[in-house]
Structures are given as C-alpha cells and as structure tokens.
Write a protein that binds this ligand. Sequence first.
Ligand SMILES: [Zn+2]
Length: 248
Amino acid sequence: MTSQNSGEPNFASSGTGSASGSGSISSSQNDNASPLWNYVTKLEKKEAIGGTWNFRCNICGETRSGSYTRVKAHLLQISGGGVAICKKESSLSKGFYFCCNSRHSRLCAPGYNKLRTSLLLQEKSNVDKLLQPIKATWQEKGVTIVCDGWSDPTRKPLINFMATSGSGPMFLKAVNCFGEVKDKFFIANLMKEVIDEVGHQNVVQIITDNASNCKGAGEIIESMYPHIYWTPCVVHTLNLALKNICSA
Ligand SMILES: [Zn+2]
C-alpha cells in the first residue's frame, strides 16, 4: 500500500475536461458500486472531473479529502491508504474484519433436517415455478402420458411417468414398486393417479410398452376415460416382433 494516487483514476486528465456542471452526475453514478459514500457527507468536489471530494465522516465527524479508495480506507480502518483511519470503531469496520478473518469457517452447510424439510420444499416450489410455462400450454396442445418400467442401480423396480406435449417433455414422477405385483390393475391405478394430477381433460393418449400387463392397463384406462387412447410403444412392439421372428 504505497501508491498514493491509485484511487484517483481521473487525476491526470482532470486538466483537459470542461469545468462546468459535471459534479452531481458522477457522484450519483457512484452510489451503487460504492456504497460507503453513504457513510460520509460530501462537502465539495476537489476537481471538475474525477471522484475526489472533501468529505466529513459520519461516524467520527472528521473532515478528510480523497476519492472512494480513501473513503474506504478511512471507514474500514485500513492503514496505509493515504488517509488517517477512522478513530471510532463502527459496525462497518467490525463486519469487514470479521469477514476477512473468519475465512467462512463459521458458515455451516445446512443440516439434514433443514435440507429434507424447508429447503426441499423451497426448491420444489422453485422447480414448479420454472415448469409453469409448459403446464400452461397443456390445455391448448394436449398431453401424452408416457410410462416405462426401469430398475434403479440397487435393482429396485421403478415405473416412471412423463408428460409430453408440443412444448416439451416433463418428468412427473417415478414410483417404487418394490414388492408389488405389477399386474394390469396395479399399473392402471398408477396411471389413473397421474391422469388426475395432470387433469384428464388435458390428456390425449397414454403410451406404454406393449407388454401384456401394460396393454391390459391401457384397456382399463380407455374404458374409464373414453377420450383417452392407449398407444403401444412402436420400438418395443418391433423389438418383441423381431424377438419372435428370431426365436422361431
Ligand atoms: Zn471517521
């Protein structure tokens, strides 16, 4: 901290600018980027161009002069800044040194309970908000419910549900069906829940693979909701057909 003029960027050019009426503009521009100006009172501008002022400290009441760098050095009690430091200890300087010394060691990550309760709910509502533009088009464009069965890395059977429309696909949920008998009634029940969540009037069709239990579930859904069609997945159908041909 040896240079004296480092905080006065316009010092060299101050002789060439026009001398009239530039003071109030530059001071108001400074307010967002240099909040510490709010803790001193500007008395008079020292040069027509640049940010050098005579200022009075609102904390200790003493008058100093300089640019924002010196205001900062005075208020935050940084010695070697080319200006006498503030003699009164304030919450400004305390806060500054607390942040400098703590190295964030006192900032703790949120615990298990906060993560699984309030933070999880907050994030869920945030995701809901982000998905709202897609949901808003469902009524107009119609929704296809797509469902498929998977096993997760621990071999637990999952059935996932997606809602796709002209605006894009959206993951709805994955159901853990460990220990369940995956017959057509079980699958049809899950589908009904999803259809009611989306709103049955928005749903045009459901697409599943062409296994017999899914086909049966599709028929149950078609009988429950006459306006919803069941469509077997073409890729899975071809897959089954080729398997049959090859095994023959
Ligand atoms: Zn002061």
